[in-house]
Design a protein around this ligand. Sequence first.
Ligand code: ADP
Length: 498
Amino acid sequence: MKPVSKSNRSKSKKPVRALDFGDRWDYAPAPESVRPKIKKQYELFIDGEFVKPHSSKYFNSINPSTEERITRIAHGDKSDINKAVKAAREAYDKTWSRMDPRERGKYLYRIARLIQEKARELAVLETMDGGKPIKESRDVDLPLVAAHFFYHAGWADKLKYAFPRRDPQPLGVCGQIIPWNFPLLMAAWKLAPALACGNTVVLKPAETTSTTAMHLAQILQEADLPPGVVNIVTGEGGTGAALVEHPDINKIAFTGSTEVGKRIAASTAGTEKKLTLELGGKAANIIFEDAPLDQAVEGIIQGIYFNQGHVCCAGSRLFVQEGVYDQILRKLRTRIATLRVGDPLDKNTDVGAINSKEQLKKISSLVQCGVDEGASLEQSSCALPEKGYWFPPSVLTDVTMSHRVAQEEIFGPVLSVMTFRTPEEALQRANNTPYGLSAGVWTDKGSKIFKMAEKLRAGVVWANTYNKFDPTSPFGGYKESGFGREGGKHGLSAYVRL
Ligand code: ADP
């Protein structure tokens, strides 16, 4: 439409008509108001079909922000796992490993595009099922899910360039077990590279967040993925254990707690199964006196509170150089007071619900333990909804390295703040943990960043930013945070025999 110039308007004798476009010009509904179609009950996805579980048992999936039941999820057992592995083996032998890699790539592109088409619906579902704020699932999780499929689709027919002078071959049937903190993203991290390299998969989602995985199964069906290439068996720990112990599995990829990871490592030891583990973390964020302080505080806030601390790489330990300690603490308090906690489907919400009752109990008891050991607790005074599982954004000061809150993963919106004087002291304190997944360095000096990054025992080190992910970039840990990398070329190598 041409703009009406002032001179035209003054010359016109006609009365000015009010602009009334009726309902033709309504805004499209906001993503968070699009309610996804949720089935009353989700079955297992085996050999390209949705099938009832052998046990005929189902368990509830609860919305952690309302405590209402969203749906019922099938409880798969050993016999379902057997069926799924058999289907995956047949698909591997007869179809997927023999397919022209370019064709495999086309399937992955198709899946990526379908995820993009349904991204709004999936983001709402992810938020309802897991409790994370819609702005996280909509703007972070879902774009990354699609990006992982796009990225690996590109590699499908170029594996020999990823591994020059080698002959990369698929491994066979992969068992993949994922946690609840990034349900769809973890599924994408695991499925996309496995499929691109020619493997078939049996995936076991986490018990509290299986709904989006079942919607992903519908997408796989829509994409015409050959039956058996991906099988999704929902259930609890026992279902996962049955998958790990199955004799016809060639590789296990697990993301979850260090405790379960150790059990899986023990159970696969002495077998020919390949194993990658992405386990817990206790990330350190280190702020030097010369850092851009406001930027650092915003990074800290995003790294621990925007995701309820539900990230294994959440920056849950903060080390501040002594000279700026008071300033940082003041800025942190001011910023925390402005955080909005509540309805995760509200696009203005910063901090959502805690994923489950059990998780909330764990967070509360660890924080109480911190207080009992002598730490000082400050919490946001925001009002918490009456129903649902909530924990206010919290800061612990007067923390010493021997406190449990400085050593153990809390997995909640809780930041432990400590100080240091010299870079050496910062390194020594940051590395003083059984974990080694990620770390952050905040400083104006590039040389300091490189020096610290070299010596920090963490798989990922962010500099002057935090929690940034990209499918081209490998992610994974040291020590009790596990081994093997996901993403990038390093991630591909976990799914090929060279
Ligand atoms: P978190 O503490 O993050 O919930 P868990 O390690 O308990 O992590 O769970 C991560 C995933 O591992 C979930 O899908 C869960 O069902 C599965 N799981 C739990 N116990 C076992 C086990 N013994 N063997 C295999 N998988 C398991």
